[in-house]
Design a protein around this ligand. Structure first.
Ligand code: PLP
Length: 426
């Protein structure tokens, strides 16, 4: 049945409209990209940390606060009605974008971290000391520390699947770790530190088969959502977690997608207003999905901004967008290979557009500092993946990460700036 809230007809993944992708036209839509830093044109290559926002998203936020700021769901006035329609319309937009079975499966959270915590909080109550939780060596702390805590609280074992020196999951060893005691396999769609893109659909099928369906599968989609065509039903996982700010939307808002049957009985995360159906002085009954997992006044502006971001993004020719990102990554990888004294960290066969590297001379922090003076913004350090850096025997990396608005000219600017780094640190 059509949702009463839906306002935008999505052209998902560019299927029904034939459009080309013009990176220079796209750049015009991002006001920040025309600024300078230290009197140099900004070259923003820190997109795995957060993406910049197109004008339509900025406008949606301003429009909400300027014209219909109000709380949602409870109001008996026009502003509240307008805010509720836009807010719930965004849920429809995102449900359609990830091909959820229905809108009740889309739970608003503050981001990937909170989404994973909701699952971990519930699972910790179900785990026993015979159970195992399987993660990988390439996890972001958000998908590692949460499971460490859940295992500590319940006595379950945390099992870590190895990667090879290219930063790729060793598939046969991964599969060998799955058994009837595996209660959850939590894995990243893509590594934020190395870029490695995991075959999540094939792995999910195998995890279910080898665990006799005892294992739930959670995909940390923080890095996958903006660089692949996500169809949660096709993947077959139980949970998919992602953040708006990595997909051109505002910070402080994200999604836990989960299968409806699971979410219906999932232990409530926070209690209070909105998530209840009935309250007495001594007890309470919980609301239906999605509200039972969304306590308190939500991030209304964030949700509306996220809806605007996804409406905008989904109307692009996404196959062309992904091909463009691949071209930029492959150009950067080629320049890196020709750059003496620079070693790329993470050479998986399939990658999202992330180029992590170290240099013979220069701590990553120094590289980042010198690049910044030349207008080039990258990220340096352990990228919230400290155990992964230890596994690779490095203190950290310098990481250039690309988005749909980056160009090969900007890759040239990065490598020209790196030449300067080399000179200065010689
Ligand atoms: C792979 C991965 N997982 C989880 C997170 C956490 O996302 P957030 O900070 O938006 O909750 C990030 C953020 O960089 C990430 O890259």
């Amino acid at each position: 049945m059509a949702s009463p809230y839906i306002e935008t007809a999505l052209c998902r993944h560019g299927d029904s409209l034939t459009m080309s992708f013009d990176v220079y036209e796209i750049r015009q839509q991002f006001p920040i990209l025309s600024r300078t830093v230290h009197n140099k044109p900004l070259v923003y290559l820190d997109n795995a940390a957060t993406t910049q926002k197109p004008q339509v998203v900025i406008d949606a936020l301003v429009d909400y606060y300027s014209n219909y700021n109000s709380n949602v769901h409870r109001g008996a006035h026009s502003l509240a009605d307008e805010a509720t329609r836009k807010y719930e319309g965004a849920r429809d937009t995102i449900a359609e974008f990830i091909q959820a079975n229905n809108r009740r499966e889309v739970i608003w959270t503050t981001g990937t971290t909170e989404s994973i915590n909701i699952v971990a909080h519930g699972l910790a109550q179900m785990l026993t000391c015979d159970d195992q939780v399987l993660v990988t060596e390439m996890e972001h702390h958000a998908n590692l520390v949460t499971w460490q805590q859940a295992c500590k609280a319940s006595g379950a074992s945390l099992v870590i699947a190895p990667i090879d020196d290219d930063g790729e999951l060793i598939i046969d060893q991964y599969l060998a770790l799955i058994n009837n005691n595996t209660r959850l396999a939590a894995l990243p769609h893509a590594s934020n530190a190395l870029g490695s893109l995991n075959p999540i659909k094939e792995l999910t099928t195998e995890i279910k088969k080898r665990s006799d369906n005892s294992a739930l599968v959670l995909i940390d989609g923080a890095q996958g959502i903006a660089h692949s065509l996500v169809n949660v039903q096709e993947i077959g996982c139980d949970f998919y977690a992602f953040s708006s700010h990595k997909l051109y939307g505002p910070t402080g808002i994200g999604v836990l997608w989960g299968k409806e049957q699971l979410l219906e009985s999932w232990p409530v995360w926070q209690t209070g207003g909105e998530m209840i159906a009935e309250v007495t002085y001594t007890d309470a009954k919980w609301n239906t999905l999605p509200y039972r997992l969304e306590a308190g006044t939500p991030n209304i502006a964030g949700v509306i901004g996220f809806g605007a971001a996804v409406s905008w993004y989904a109307k692009l020719d996404l196959k062309a967008v992904l091909a463009h990102e691949e071209k930029v990554l492959s150009y950067a990888t080629q320049l890196a290979a020709d750059f003496t004294g620079l070693t790329v960290i993470g050479s998986a066969a399939k990658k999202v557009p992330v180029l992590s590297f170290v240099m013979d001379r220069g701590h990553p922090a120094d590289i980042g500092f010198i690049l910044d003076r030349q207008g080039v913004a990258i990220r340096t350090g352990h990228h919230c993946a400290e155990p992964l850096m230890n596994r690779l025997n490095i203190p950290g990396t310098a990481r250039a990460s690309f988005a749909l608005y980056n160009t090969c000219e900007e890759v040239d600017a990065l490598f020209n700036a790196l030449k300067k780094v080399k000179q200065m640190l010689a």
